[in-house]
Design a protein around this ligand. Structure first.
Ligand SMILES: Nc1ncnc2c1ncn2[C@@H]1O[C@H](COP(=O)(O)OP(=O)(O)OP(=O)(O)O)[C@@H](O)[C@H]1O
Ligand SMILES: [Mg+2]
Length: 322
């Protein structure tokens, strides 16, 4: 039976070995998170937040200090489960002497794909990442972005149910990023769940339905992006109603005349009473006025969440030092 959660962790904690005089701070502290099947999930956090540490534990590359995790319903060391996932590490290692297609054949052999399937699949994944023309070139001559594409290609070889990608957008130019976002969405449409870390928040907002934000080893929030982001602005579009526009203009932070006889007025929702007043206005003038909620950007939400947490931590540390 298909598991509802493709990744499920309970109090997952990692404490790297530290010198005895240094304060012991876990790189990851009691992470409890569940990634629903079918989602495109963005795993976010500043440098050093614990993203790679989490991913390495999910891939069984390092051992947790405490807590537990399952992937596709199985323990992280389960070999059969690993055949059903694709993984791109944060710093993939390539043998520069190998040609792109040779490298992919070696990876396909590790998945025990039969010879005929291997040839088909290597050609397919090269096509998916737009690297077919470079198949016979040595990896040593590839740029950072080209290597990243080959890294993504190897993660797709086994048609995975779950793709775990550590910073897949890193080093890609805008075209490469667009390509990769399309690849992620195409894979997701064909049933693959995607779990990836990234610092490029505009891209994350574009393609993810869910995110989690980590800071200094702690999970600050997780959920559907639409539920997490606050409504920042209310926009009212008014058609054929210059008298209505005149009545609202003074409270608006922006007032634009669009095509024909349509006006667009933007209001700041943080102003007290504005939301209620405008919703009432929208109800009363349904024929002429349309109300649209504008959410804050994921980037604004990210900064707000991290800064609030950093402030709280400083206050707590200040309090405990006294
Ligand atoms: N092998 C290691 N030994 C000791 N400490 C480590 C090791 N690897 C990571 N850390 C520490 O663990 C913390 C989390 O690191 P991690 O690489 O998981 O962060 P990250 O969120 O992936 O950051 P980035 O966005 O820079 O990739 C950091 O404080 C880092 O210094
Ligand atoms: Mg990392």
């Amino acid at each position: 039976m298909a598991n509802e959660f493709v990744i499920d962790t309970k109090d997952l904690t990692k404490q790297y070995g530290v010198l005895f005089w240094k304060k012991k701070v876990p790189a990851l502290d009691k992470l409890t998170i569940q990634i629903p099947r079918g989602s495109v999930f963005g795993f976010l956090g500043p440098n050093g937040a614990g993203k790679t540490t989490t991913i390495k534990m999910l891939m069984d590359l390092i051992q947790p200090t405490s807590g537990s995790a399952t992937v596709l319903g199985a323990p992280v060391w389960d070999i059969n489960m690993k055949k059903r996932i694709g993984f791109l590490p944060d710093t993939p290692a390539f043998n520069g002497l190998m040609k792109a297609s040779e490298f992919l054949h070696v990876c396909a052999k590790l998945f025990h794909l039969p010879r005929k399937v291997r040839y088909e699949r290597v050609a397919e994944v090269l096509e998916i990442v737009h690297m077919t023309d470079h198949a016979k070139e040595k990896l040593a001559g590839f740029s950072r972005g080209m290597l990243q594409r080959i890294g993504v290609a190897q993660a797709l070889l086994n048609k995975p149910e779950l793709l775990i990608l550590d910073e897949p957008l890193l080093g890609l130019d805008p075209y490469g990023r667009q390509d990769l976002k399309n690849i992620i969405l195409d894979q997701n449409k064909s049933g693959t769940t995607i779990f990836f870390s990234s610092h490029i928040l505009a891209d994350v907002q574009e393609i993810c339905d869910r995110v989690a934000i980590l800071n200094k080893g702690h999970l600050l929030c997780t959920g559907k992006i639409n539920d997490l982001l606050h409504t920042e602005n209310l926009v009212i579009r008014i058609k054929d109603g210059n008298d209505l526009v005149a009545g609202l203009m003074n409270d608006a932070k922006e007032c634009l005349k669009k095509d024909g006889n349509t006006w667009e007025l933007t209001f700041d929702c943080s102003q007290p009473g504005v939301t209620d007043k405008l919703k009432k206005f929208g109800e009363e003038h349904k024929e002429k006025a349309e109300l649209v909620e504008q959410a804050e950007s994921l980037e604004d939400f990210f900064f707000r969440t991290i800064e609030t947490n950093n402030k709280k931590r400083m206050e707590e540390e200040g309090g405990s030092a006294q």
